[in-house]
Design a protein around this ligand. Structure first.
Ligand code: AMP
Ligand code: MG
Length: 342
C-alpha cells in the first residue's frame, strides 16, 4: 500500500535526454494521479497552463467522485428513467468506451464501478468483498444497459445501482484534448505525463524522437526497456499501480469483468503505443485483462498500435513495429526479451 502511494508520487516514467532546455512545465494532481506537462518553444508557459486547465476541466466533468460531474449525474439517475444531458465530447467518449467492450468481449466494461466499490478501490478501505456483495455488484455490470441517444444528446443507465467509471480511458482522452490545445497554441514539441500515459507531441526540439522508459512492474524506479515516441502515446496498465494485500494475497485494481476479481491473465503489465492516445489507454486496460495470447492475436488483427507485454514469467514480448529505436534494459533485472512478428 505504502509502495503504491509512493509510486504515484514519482513522475519519472520518461527520460528527457538531449531535448534542450524545458521552456515550461506544469505539475499537478488530478484524475487521482500526478501529472506533468512539459512544453518547448515560443509561448510555452501559456500553452502548458492552457493544457493543464483542459485536463482539470475534463476531470471535473468525467470523475465519478466529483459530485457535480456529468458522470455523477448520469450515475445518480441510474434506473429512474431520466435521460441525462451530456455534452457532445462526453457522449463521444461514452460511445467509444462502449465500443471497446465489443473488441475483446468480457475484458472491458466502464459499468464496472459497482465492482470497484465492492473492493473498496473507490475509497481508502480496500478489502476482499464477500461473495454476496460481489455477486450483487457483478449483476450491475453491463454496458449494453448504458443507453446513448446521440440525436438527443443524452445518456441513461437502465438499472438502479448501475454506475459508470471512466478510470480506464479518461487519461487517454485527456491526452488527446491536451494535445489539441497545445497544437492550437502553435506548440510543435511537448511531452505529457498523465500518470502512466506518456504522450509525445511532435519530436524533441532537435527533431529526434522522444525516448520513453517502460517501468519494471517489480520496481518502477527501473526501466525494462526504452521505446521511441513521436506523436504517440505509450499507455501502461499493470497490477502494480494500485493494490492492497489481505491474508498474504495481493489484489490490484484492474478487474476481470468475467469473474469480478483482479485480472490474473499471465501479465504483469501491458504498454500500448499508438498515435491514437485514447485507444492506447483503453487497450492497455483491455489487453491486461485479455492476457498475452489474446493481446497478440488482437495486435495481429490490427495495424494501429504496438505492444510491450511483461509476462508473469519474466518475459518481455515486444511487437515488431517498435524494433527501430528499441532498447532492452531488463537483462540485469532478470527479464528476457523477444520480438514478436506478425
Ligand atoms: P488503467 O490504469 O487505464 O488500466 O485503468 C484502470 C482503471 O480502470 C481502474 O482503476 C478502474 O477505474 C477501471 N477499470 C478496472 N477494471 C476495468 C475493466 N475491466 N474495464 C474497464 N475499466 C476498468
Ligand atoms: Mg487504460
Amino acid at each position: 500500500m505504502k509502495r503504491a502511494i509512493a509510486s504515484l508520487l514519482i513522475p519519472v516514467f520518461f527520460l528527457l535526454t538531449g531535448c534542450g532546455t524545458a521552456e515550461a512545465q506544469e505539475q499537478f494532481f488530478t484524475m487521482d494521479t500526478v501529472m506533468s506537462i512539459t512544453v518547448y518553444g515560443k509561448g510555452a508557459a501559456e500553452a502548458a497552463s492552457a493544457a493543464r486547465q483542459e485536463v482539470e476541466a475534463l476531470n471535473a466533468k468525467l470523475s465519478r467522485t466529483e459530485a457535480d460531474s456529468l458522470i455523477s449525474q448520469l450515475n445518480a439517475h441510474a434506473g429512474d428513467g431520466t435521460a441525462v444531458d451530456m455534452d457532445g465530447d462526453t457522449l463521444e467518449l461514452l460511445t467509444f468506451a462502449k465500443s471497446v467492450s465489443q473488441l475483446l468481449p468480457g475484458c472491458f466494461d466502464i459499468t464496472i464501478a459497482p465492482v470497484m466499490d465492492a473492493w473498496g478501490f473507490t475509497g481508502e478501505e480496500r478489502h476482499v468483498p464477500d461473495d454476496d456483495t460481489l455477486a450483487a455488484a457483478m449483476a450491475l455490470v453491463d454496458s449494453d444497459k448504458l443507453l446513448i441517444d446521440e440525436a438527443a444528446g443524452t445518456a441513461r443507465l437502465e438499472t438502479a445501482g448501475m454506475s459508470v467509471d471512466l478510470g480506464a480511458v479518461a487519461k487517454g482522452w485527456a491526452a488527446a484534448r491536451a494535445e489539441a490545445v497545445l497544437r492550437e497554441a502553435g506548440v510543435t514539441s511537448a511531452l505529457l505525463d498523465l500518470g502512466r500515459n506518456i504522450t509525445a507531441v511532435g519530436p524533441k526540439t532537435d527533431g529526434t524522437a522522444w525516448r520513453v522508459g517502460v517501468a519494471d512492474p517489480e520496481d518502477d524506479s527501473q526501466y525494462l526497456c526504452i521505446v521511441s515516441l513521436e506523436d504517440q502515446t505509450a499507455s501502461t496498465s499493470g497490477g502494480y499501480e494500485r493494490w492492497f494485500e489481505e491474508d498474504g494475497v495481493r489484489y490490484h485494481h484492474i478487474i476481470d469483468p468475467k469473474t469480478g476479481y483482479p485480472a490474473d491473465s499471465g501479465l504483469k503489465s501491458v504498454t500500448v503505443i499508438s498515435s491514437n492516445h485514447l485507444l492506447a489507454d483503453a487497450l492497455s486496460t483491455t489487453l491486461f485483462v485479455a492476457g498475452p495470447e489474446a493481446a497478440l492475436d488482437f495486435w495481429r488483427s490490427r495495424d494501429d498500435f504496438e505492444l510491450v507485454l511483461c509476462t508473469d514469467q519474466g518475459q518481455l514480448l515486444v511487437t515488431e513495429g517498435l524494433e527501430a529505436g528499441f532498447e532492452f534494459r531488463g537483462e540485469e533485472l532478470g527479464y528476457d526479451c523477444q520480438i514478436v512478428r506478425r
